[in-house]
Every structure is written in structure tokens, then in C-alpha cells.
Design a protein around this ligand. Structure first.
Ligand SMILES: CC(C)(COP(=O)(O)OP(=O)(O)OC[C@H]1O[C@@H](n2cnc3c(N)ncnc32)[C@H](O)[C@@H]1OP(=O)(O)O)[C@@H](O)C(=O)NCCC(=O)NCCS
Length: 191
């Protein structure tokens, strides 16, 4: 695994080469102005989550999406290590503004291994958030396009996500649709 590009003595959650290998050529035309995984914007870097992102505002960013709770450095490290010990499963991807060493966007791709469909893999996109000051710059779109392409590249038979009603138009634009007769059900045990 290559050393982190942010210059810190740090550790990636997954191999950054995986992001570099994504073929983005067919998507380029849909970005105006043009941005890409290799060039997401001035001073921005698209990369896997790092252990050091605890100090780069990763959890504060997630709190713009939902309740995060009190996560100590130890708990963050424990969860990071636990995710990393499950190969080919957790692809927490971030956008860092390297000028200020802050994580300003994130989305997670989670791969669930199954027995059905000939031992297939199903992908889920979770926890998509772009920081307030950086919205409207196609960064949410970039994160979704990258993780959707990655889910396909990693051999998933489908990729799904849950969202609030008001976000359906946003996800529709990326090809996510509600399937007639298929419903998302849940029992919630905690807020
Ligand atoms: C939703 C979110 C990730 C979008 O990020 P962003 O970087 O501002 O989005 P982009 O600039 O990439 O927008 C891409 C397209 O989606 C549209 N869009 C953005 N937010 C939208 C929303 N809330 N509803 C509908 N469309 C939306 C944009 O207008 C743009 O359309 P265009 O290409 O026709 O101009 C961001 O607003 C956010 O973090 N919100 C809070 C957390 C959240 O709700 N996350 C989703 C949880 S399901």
C-alpha cells in the first residue's frame, strides 16, 4: 500500500490504488466544470479514510448528516481497525481540503457477501455528506459516481441506499430508482 499523499504518518482504511483504477472516462462529460477522482478541485484530494482523520474533522463532518455521539480517539481507532480487519468490505472514502487539512466530504461503500445469486456481493452506499461550505460544487455527485463505479468494479450484483423522501430526486439523478413492489422495512432500537 502506498504511503498517504497528505504527507502525514498515517494509515489508510483500504488501498488507495483501488480509487485510482476506477475508469471515469464515460462520466467526465457530465461534470461542468470538469472534475474527476484524480482532480476533484483545487487543493482537494479524494482518498480512503485515514486513521488521522480523527484530527481532520471527519466526525464533525458526519455530524452534519446525523447524530454522531461521543467518540473518543480510542473508540475511533478501535472501529477503524475493526473495519480494516474485514478485507473487501468497508470503503469509507473522503475528500480532504489539503490547504486546511480538513475532511470536507465523505461517503461509504459497504460490500455484503451473500450465498444467494451464486455467492454474490451486494453493495450499499451509506453516510453521504459534503460540508456546508463546499456544497453545490458537484462533490456529492463525484462521491456517488465514484462509489457506484467502484461497487460495479468490485463485482457487486446491485448497489442500494436508503434516504429521506426529499433526497429521492438527488439520488434519481444518479440512476437510483424505487423498485415497484420492493419496500424498505425496519425496526429501530435506538435513535
Ligand atoms: C446531499 C449532499 C451530499 C449533496 O452534495 P453537493 O456536493 O452539494 O451536491 P452536488 O453539488 O454534487 O449536486 C449534484 C446535483 O444534485 C443536486 N442536489 C444537490 N443537493 C440536492 C438535494 N438536497 N435535493 C435534490 N437535489 C440535490 C444538485 O442541484 C446537482 O444537480 P445538477 O447536477 O442538476 O446541478 C449535501 O447537500 C449534503 O451533505 N447534505 C447533508 C447530508 C445529507 O442529506 N446527505 C444525504 C443523506 S441520504
Amino acid at each position: 500500500m502506498e504511503p498517504p499523499e497528505n504527507g502525514c504518518a498515517d494509515e489508510y482504511l483500504f488501498d488507495p490504488v483501488i480509487l485510482k483504477q476506477i475508469d471515469f472516462s464515460k462520466h467526465k462529460a457530465t461534470y461542468k466544470p470538469m472534475i474527476s477522482p484524480a482532480n476533484p478541485g483545487e487543493s482537494l484530494l479524494l482518498r480512503p479514510l485515514c486513521l488521522g482523520d480523527f484530527d481532520r474533522g471527519f466526525l464533525q463532518l458526519l455530524s452534519q448528516l446525523t447524530k454522531v455521539g461521543d467518540i473518543s480517539r480510542e473508540l475511533f481507532k478501535e472501529r477503524f481497525t475493526s473495519m480494516k480487519s474485514c478485507p473487501h468490505t468497508y470503503y469509507v472514502t473522503v475528500l480532504e481540503d489539503t490547504r486546511i487539512n480538513q475532511v470536507i466530504g465523505t461517503a461509504t461503500l459497504f460490500l455484503e457477501q451473500k450465498f444467494i445469486h451464486t455467492a454474490a456481493t451486494r453493495a450499499r452506499i451509506e453516510d453521504v455528506v459534503v460540508s456546508d461550505d463546499y456544497r453545490g460544487k458537484q462533490l456529492g455527485k463525484l462521491l456517488l459516481d465514484v462509489l457506484t463505479l467502484l461497487s460495479k468494479k468490485l463485482g457487486s450484483y446491485k448497489v442500494t441506499l436508503d434516504c429521506k423522501d426529499k433526497m429521492i430526486p438527488f439520488y434519481n439523478t444518479f440512476g437510483f430508482t424505487k423498485e415497484e413492489g420492493n419496500n424498505f422495512l425496519q425496526q429501530r432500537f435506538k435513535d
